[in-house]
Design a binder for this molecule. Structure first.
Ligand code: FAQ
Length: 334
């Protein structure tokens, strides 16, 4: 009876007794931990929520290639270049699995791209910040992939089958990404004082945006209550943010770095860290399209779409000719 326990600031979550029989049967399947598959009946709101979340997740993976792609030609060694190239290619793959998962809900790839390009669909706030130094690439792997994993591990248990299965492979790859980021930083903090300072500067700039990846605080999260009742989300935004801080602070200490939060303090009673409040004004500004790199990122995606028009046209022309040839062969055989 999970549906009866959740509170929400937005639309009230209805109890099982208030649902019509079809919806009640659906909620009971969710409550029993069953997976929902594409052709099965689902409430319209469930379908729309999944399309919103999965497509935005896919866009994040695709746009997320841009800040790192910027450093492929400037990676310090051939080995680092090959590793970074593989990681960026993995992100493209994640985007593609996720677009496929969203397509099973009845939206086309073209519609999803259109929603991204016109600014209707969001992508993760984190990718609107610039990558200024090589240490930023380490910080993205360590912090951004670290936050992504923290959020995505529970999504492996999401109630929607195709999303949950896509997340299993994605999480395996993200964990390699996180380790490669930490490895870059380990090397740099053992280097010259200038290299260590570069790492501290990267942490200073990426720490707060990484905490914002988990979304607004629970009392400002409009979708959480319903998404948790539907077991799309298993944890609230604040729960996952807390887990991320608890996991990451000891890693920062191991690197010999200072987390840029004067309020950060171990709280013995709760068994976790107390930490400061992210600048929510900055967060809402970035997701409204006004972050440091929003225009640059979106323009890069639109440009890629326009540059690919000749290829899409070629594929369509080939498919039309192949269909004509098949039709002609069929007539000839009759
Ligand atoms: N950025 O009510 P809630 C990665 C929006 S993958 C932008 O709490 P919800 C891999 C939210 O959409 C990173 N917008 O929403 C990688 C909603 O607006 P809407 C992406 C945000 O959905 C690593 C509004 O605020 N991961 O990094 C953000 O219940 C390295 C209200 O928020 C996923 O997408 C944000 N940070 O919870 C790639 C995971 N937070 O849609 C390359 C799947 C919130 O009504 C390099 N998604 N908003 O217009 C989720 O788990 C959830 O959608 C949340 C948000 C937790 C992100």
């Amino acid at each position: 009876m999970y549906a009866q326990m959740v509170k929400t600031d937005g639309a009230r979550i209805r109890s099982l007794d208030e649902m019509d029989p079809e919806e009640r049967a659906f909620q009971e399947r969710i409550d029993a931990g069953q997976k929902i598959e594409p052709k099965e009946w689902m409430p319209e709101g469930y379908r729309k929520t999944l399309i919103r979340q999965i497509s935005q997740h896919a866009h994040s993976e695709i746009v997320g290639q841009l800040p790192e792609g910027n450093w492929i030609t400037r990676a310090p060694t051939l080995e680092r270049k090959a590793i970074l190239l593989a990681k960026v290619q993995d992100e493209a793959g994640h985007g593609l699995y996720l677009y496929c998962a969203a397509e099973t809900l009845g939206i086309s790839r073209d519609e999803m791209y259109e929603q991204l390009h016109c600014g209707k669909a969001k992508y993760s706030s984190i990718f609107n910040y610039p990558t200024l130094t090589w240490a930023d690439i380490g910080a993205i792997g360590w912090l951004v992939d670290g936050a992504a994993i923290m959020n995505q591990v529970p999504l492996q248990r999401c109630s929607y089958g195709p999303y949950s299965r896509a997340m299993i492979r994605i999480c395996k790859e993200e964990s390699f990404h996180q380790r490669q980021g930490f490895d870059i930083l380990m090397k740099m903090v053992k280097g010259t004082p200038a290299q260590k300072a570069m790492v501290q500067d990267a942490l200073n700039r990426w720490w707060w945006p990484s905490l914002m990846m988990f979304g607004p605080s629970d009392d400002a999260s409009v979708h959480s209550a319903q998404s948790m009742a539907w077991k799309i989300k298993q944890n609230s935004n604040d729960e996952l943010r807390q887990k991320f801080v608890d996991q990451t602070v000891p890693q920062a200490e191991y690197l010999g770095l200072t987390v840029p939060d004067p309020a950060l303090k171990w709280n013995e009673e709760k068994g976790g860290y107390d930490f400061g409040e992210p600048d929510w004004e900055e967060f809402f500004n970035v997701i409204a399209g006004n972050g440091p790199c929003n225009a640059e990122r979106l323009n890069a995606r639109k440009q890629a779409w326009d540059d690919g028009a000749w290829f899409r046209d070629g594929l369509t022309a080939h498919a039309e000719k192949a269909a004509e040839r098949r039709a002609a062969a069929k007539v000839a055989a009759e």
